[in-house]
Write a protein that binds this ligand. Structure first.
Ligand code: GSH
Length: 242
């Protein structure tokens, strides 16, 4: 029996990619709460494995040559787990290239733009007095998110999944697209193929199990943390460390 992997996690879209992947691939894992609203991401022991103070990260006690390995960045973690298990990350070069195209498209586009859109729509108005910047930022990033959602919708026309069979590319894109639909009702209006794909992925038992584990983690007393203004200051008041 392979030893369980430690998953440093909080149930955000980037975190959920990894619990979904573990559930889908049948990887045994321990969840370790990184309450980002409370500042757990700055703990020295976490920074040792994730120097950018962001979760998710993993530690696999049985990495290459049987020795432990840590991995940060959700895209790198998905690739690592896909290679390790041989699942949802095809080996044939043409298929793999397609999966990587859409994985990197998510990492560099869909995720960051969705994150900024939510920031300007939800948090920025509580952070700075000059609302003109807030309005411009919200417009800029919501528009760009919708452009990307349109690209994904077009890609999904006549396809069940983003890149061939169900893959780590779907696992990367799904939590962001779903999260945007939940926070911004109507944002996918007219994107019927995207909406059908969100429903299709959300129906998968592994995705439901991953969501349930995320909810359970947040409800544990150990994971409870700061809310509101304190959490906003932890997340959005960060400056360069020298
Ligand atoms: N590119 C990184 C982004 C990770 C990321 O932004 N994580 C957020 C939560 S979704 C986080 O840990 N935030 C903590 C902070 O901002 O201090 C990845 O995909 O792993």
């Amino acid at each position: 029996m392979p030893a369980p992997i430690d998953v440093y996690f909080w149930p955000t879209p980037n975190g959920t990619k990894i619990t979904v992947a573990c559930e889908e691939m049948g990887v045994d894992y321990n969840l370790i709460a990184v309450n980002i609203g409370k500042g757990d991401q700055f703990k020295p022991e976490f920074l040792e494995i994730s120097p950018n103070n962001r979760m998710p990260a993993i530690v696999d006690p049985e990495g290459p040559d049987g020795k432990p390995i840590s991995v940060f960045e959700s895209g790198a973690i998905l690739q690592y787990l896909g290679r390790k298990t041989g699942k949802f990350y095809p080996q044939d070069e043409r298929s793999r290239v397609q999966v990587e195209e859409w994985l990197f498209w998510q990492m560099a586009g869909l995720g960051p733009m969705a994150g900024q859109a939510n920031h300007f729509r939800t948090y920025a108005r509580q952070m700075i007095p000059d609302q003109r910047y807030v309005a411009y930022g919200a417009h800029r990033y919501v528009t760009e998110y919708q452009r990307l959602a349109g690209v994904l919708n077009k890609r999904l026309k006549g396809r069940q999944f983003v890149a061939g069979d169900y893959s780590i590319a779907d696992m990367a894109c799904y939590p962001w697209a779903r999260g945007m639909a939940m926070l911004n009702p109507g944002i996918h209006e007219g994107f019927d193929d995207l909406q059908a794909w969100i429903a299709r992925i959300g129906d998968r038992p592994a995705v439901k199990r991953a969501d349930e584990k995320g909810r359970e983690l947040v409800h544990t007393a150990a994971a409870a943390g700061r809310e509101g203004e304190q959490a906003r200051n932890v997340l959005f008041g960060q400056r360069a460390q020298r």
